[in-house]
Design a protein around this ligand. Structure first.
Ligand code: EPZ
Length: 434
């Protein structure tokens, strides 16, 4: 597996372009299953998870064409056209679902369009058990008959068409809201989703569905009202900028005490992250093309953080902030409320000289003057990128192993950072034994 080698200590200076949001793209792509028209998605990021979703959709019978690579050799502005004229297969097999949990997002659309679906159960993952019980309960409320057998969710809709229902989620679930929202667009009658997730990715999905002819009210609020229609049509839609990529590079600027302009993104997508960064001493301002993140003139201080559903502080930024707090002066308490096992970066950061203690769902971070480079490894995406960030600030060499995780969620991470002066390179490893 490839590795990333970093020689830390250089303040970043330059411009970084932010791509389309991975987690928005992963729900917009399966929305194509709801129509026989063509869904054309622009600003699609180039990531392993997007390829996995494309492979899954292809085996359901979706035809795809990709266009729009930028002349610089990157993939900004990529356009993917997806046409689910005939759905030839309603099974999402174990082999694809085990690689990416978001595969479960084909369940709602397949049930709504075909009245049946067989989707492998995603199982646990590195950050927590992550059940899908709330997705299934809601779809049952809408008339689906669901059985779990041989590791698969076997779902059928007697009569062929889902019925509107009042779904009240007992806890906020992003994927659950997405599955039910997509299913409800073609259901008979009205569906009300209470305690719906309000993440920008949900708003993006809802707006795309509206462009496809869906009737949705309450977009961006915790109550979504969907009036089912007989059919949806194709649409063109541009994926929202990735707020987690934005936040990650903002932290990269801050942790190296540098100055970076982030372009192609929006500040309003990361208000809670901005608030924490500003409290820590980072300066953030608007530019014509995006935003400027500046930390070259201030001493950063520890800030307490608690992860929460949007608009609260995102769990997907917790590891990155922890790396930053490890270099700030004073202490910081970081509490994780979304996933039960999302501190896997802690022992690795400690190997780099950080002083972090975990007590249940909270971590106390005591800032140190200087991190030191080390070989490190993490088993999920955001944990891995937090180690890259720590490596940028550390003295000496850091080797981040298992870059596979990074490639799932960050497009050309080493190129973007190197363009701002970071001494970072990818070491290709073709050893099949690893
Ligand atoms: C989405 O995961 C994101 N993934 C995650 O991004 C993100 O961390 C998470 O939302 C929270 O913001 C995608 O969008 C593809 P949830 P999702 O359902 O939908 C529990 C990243 O790094 N729950 O909101 O799976 C669940 O176990 C990632 O990009 C149930 O108990 O998250 C968790 O504790 C990782 N039963 C909590 O709810 C259910 O049926 C929130 O999960 C569903 C969820």
């Amino acid at each position: 597996m490839d590795k990333i080698r970093i020689l830390g200590g250089t303040p970043l200076k330059g411009v970084i372009t932010i791509g389309g949001a991975k987690n928005a793209a992963l729900t917009l792509m399966p929305a194509c299953l709801l129509t026989d028209g063509t869904l054309s998605l622009s600003n699609l990021p180039h990531l392993v998870d997007i390829t996995t979703m494309a492979n899954l959709l292809a085996q359901h019978g979706v035809e795809m064409s990709l266009d729009g690579n930028s002349p610089e050799g990157g993939h900004t502005g990529r356009v993917l056209e997806l046409t689910a004229r005939d759905i030839t297969n309603t099974t999402a097999p174990y082999d694809l679902v085990r690689r990416m949990r978001a595969s479960v997002l084909v369940l709602g659309p397949l049930l709504a369009r075909c009245g049946q679906a067989r989707v492998s159960l995603p199982g646990g993952c590195a950050i927590g058990t992550r059940p899908v019980d709330l997705h299934l309960k809601a779809l049952e409320q809408m008339g689906a008959k669901i059985e779990l057998a041989e590791g698969y969710i076997d779902a059928k809709v007697p009569g062929g068409r889902l019925k509107g229902a009042h779904v009240i989620f007992p806890m906020v679930t992003v994927g659950g809201t997405e599955n039910v929202l997509m299913a409800a667009t073609l259901a008979e009658g009205e569906t009300i989703i209470s305690n719906a997730a309000q993440e920008p990715e949900i708003t993006d999905l809802a707006q795309c569905l509206v462009a496809m002819g869906a009737k949705i009210e309450g977009i961006g609020t915790p109550t979504l009202r969907v009036t089912g229609v007989d059919r949806l049509h194709g649409a063109r839609y541009s994926v929202v900028p990735d707020r987690i990529e934005t936040g990650t590079y903002a932290v990269a600027a801050a942790i190296t005490r540098g100055q970076v302009e982030l372009v192609g993104t929006r500040r309003d997508l990361m208000t809670s992250v901005e608030k924490v960064l500003v409290e820590a001493g980072v300066e953030i301002s608007d530019t014509e093309r995006g935003m400027l993140v500046k930390a070259d003139s201030a001493e950063l201080v520890g800030v307490d953080i608690m992860t929460e559903p949007f608009p609260g502080f995102p769990t997907d930024m917790q590891a990155q902030l922890m790396a930053l707090m490890a270099t700030a002066s004073g202490a910081s308490m970081m509490t994780e409320t979304i996933f039960e096992n999302r501190f896997m970066h802690v022992p690795e950061l400690n190997r780099m000289g950080a002083r972090i203690n975990v007590h249940g769902s909270s971590a106390i971070v005591r800032g140190v003057k200087q991190l030191s480079g080390a070989p490190v490894m993490a088993t999920d995406l955001r944990a891995s990128v937090s180690l890259v960030l720590a490596g940028l600030a550390a003295k000496g060499e850091t080797i981040v192993n298992r870059v596979y995780h990074l490639d799932r969620g960050y497009e050309r991470v080493e190129e973007k950072l190197a363009a701002c002066g970071a001494r970072i390179e990818r070491i290709k490893d073709n050893d099949p034994a690893e």
